[in-house]
Design a protein around this ligand. Structure first.
Ligand SMILES: NC(=O)c1ccc[n+]([C@@H]2O[C@H](COP(=O)([O-])OP(=O)(O)OC[C@H]3O[C@@H](n4cnc5c(N)ncnc54)[C@H](O)[C@@H]3O)[C@@H](O)[C@H]2O)c1
Length: 446
């Protein structure tokens, strides 16, 4: 039996009898749910999290990620199955290392792999034979083979012979109650058969259906394509919304009717722009990589441009609504309802609400915001605190802009108490009073 086969069999046995120690690097929206899932089935999990506040919260069983169940976190931590640390001292004692760190864009819209690179360097220092390393972070095709592999092989060990390396993109949809880490199919790719086999086995322990593909690059492209698909379709309906505005048509009515077709269409809805760590960022990783092949990804560029234009479109509609009320922007008070990029979440990274606030500040509009999930934000260095709807009168605002459709808000009451509402999410369309003329005279849809 070759040494590589021996190492593979050893790790397989450890995975199957749950004696493999799992290290999860980065305990954020992706890493913490993943760490809890692995600990729940009996693996010893070490979370390596550079933020001491987060590491401490985990060890104190104080949950900070919405998708993680408080009781499940407490159970695995108290059972000694999950422990968070802030450094990489224990790397060589870990059998499987899963990298879940951020992959943002630089200011010039190019991939910023600094988190992945720094973690890989740390892992390379403690790398030993028989380990599996997987990358979960979303990135361009080639990162695993061209960035991570050489950095790990600088240790003198070889992929597929001494250690195993794979990419398995996380597909979690924060806030989705139906599809969780466990029942969302998981794609795995690696550039040598042993790495693919062991990574597939590892993921099968906690995920119902694992989909192996022939290379790490293919797995990387699967994920960026999925997010590009969303970005392009959202841009398409956003563009339709801007056209309908010019044509004085109701985009929501048009989409509702189009979506009654039982085939050949998928529902996508317009909004104030795209936010979060995925849709505004990931497609541009692919756009950047494509240039290396002298290839322009026109759909990605166009979708990014249209989606980034949306907060400016919201600003234009807000100014029009204020004008109709006879209020000059510099005298206007506007309330932004929701700053999270998505409903029922506290994540405001890349949120369109922030761009709407910046845009309206340029017009000297006086702004407040309310978000039950986000108590504080910082915009252009200035801190803003969520106002308390119990103590602040909605009627004092000239306009309320519904930027996030959190389900905890009573929209009927909100419209009743407002002078005017700009609804960028179409949430007021479903209200019982939606056909009422007073209601309709107050509410402008995107
Ligand atoms: N959030 C999502 O919905 C989602 C979904 C699918 C994929 N992804 C991808 O997963 C990756 C992680 O995203 P996230 O949303 O979990 O990010 P996050 O910011 O919530 O979490 C990343 C964590 O990594 C930690 N970290 C950074 N550098 C570190 C280091 N050197 N050592 C240890 N810890 C370090 C950070 O402190 C943070 O806690 C990204 O590539 C993202 O695109 C995210």
């Amino acid at each position: 039996m070759s040494r590589a086969t021996h190492l593979l069999n050893q790790l397989k046995a450890k995975i199957l009898d749950r004696t493999a120690v799992v290290g999860v690097v980065g305990l954020g929206y992706v890493g913490l749910p993943f760490a809890v899932e692995k600990a729940k089935v009996g693996f010893q999990v070490i979370g390596i999290e550079q933020n001491p506040w987060r590491a401490e919260r985990v060890n104190l069983t104080d949950n900070y990620i919405h998708d993680v169940d408080d009781n499940e976190l407490a159970t695995v931590v108290k059972a000694g199955l999950l422990k968070a640390v802030t450094g990489f001292e224990n790397v060589s004692s870990i059998d499987v290392l899963v990298i879940c760190v951020p992959t943002p864009l630089s200011k010039n819209m190019t991939p910023d792999l600094s988190f992945v690179e720094s973690v890989t360097r740390e892992i390379a220092r403690g790398l030993r034979s028989g380990q599996l390393i997987t990358l979960e972070s979303t990135t361009y095709p080639g990162t695993t083979d061209e960035v991570i592999r050489p950095a790990l092989e600088a240790s003198g060990l070889r992929q597929g012979q001494d250690f195993f390396l794979a990419h398995s993109p996380e597909r979690v949809d924060p806030g989705n109650q139906r599809y969780t880490t466990k029942n969302t199919n998981k794609v795995v790719g690696a550039s040598d058969p042993a790495s693919l086999e062991i990574a597939t086995l590892f993921y099968q322990q906690t995920i119902d259906h694992v989909v192996p593909v022939s290379s790490a690059k293919a797995a990387e492209l699967v994920k960026v394509f999925e997010n590009t698909f969303r970005a392009v379709n959202i841009a398409l309906v956003n563009e339709l919304a801007m056209l309908c505005d010019r044509m004085n048509l109701n985009v929501w009515e048009v989409l509702d009717a189009a979506n009654t077709k039982p085939f050949g269409i998928m529902p996508f809805y317009p909004g104030p722009g795209v936010g979060g760590h995925c849709i505004p960022i990931d497609p541009h990783y692919l756009e950047w990589k494509a240039k290396e092949f002298n290839f322009e990804t026109h759909f990605i560029a166009l979708a990014g441009e249209i989606n980034r234009r949306m907060p400016e479109f919201v600003r234009d509609k807000a100014l029009r609504a204020l004008n109709q009320l006879g209020v000059a922007p510099s005298k206007a008070k506007v309330l932004i309802m929701g700053v999270a990029y998505k409903k029922d979440l506290g994540d405001w990274r890349e949120s369109p609400s922030i761009h709407i606030i910046q845009n309206l500040r340029r017009d000297l509009v006086s702004l407040d915001y309310h978000d039950p999930f986000v108590p504080v934000i910082k915009v252009q260095g200035q801190e803003m605190h969520s106002i308390n709807l119990e103590t602040v009168a909605i009627h004092q605002y000239d306009l309320v802009i519904i930027a996030t459709d959190h389900s905890t808000i009573d929209y009927t009451q909100l419209v009743e108490q407002s002078k005017a509402v700009l609804d960028t999410r179409g949430v007021t369309r479903q209200l019982p009073d939606a056909q009422d003329t007073t209601f309709q005279s107050k509410v402008t849809l995107l």
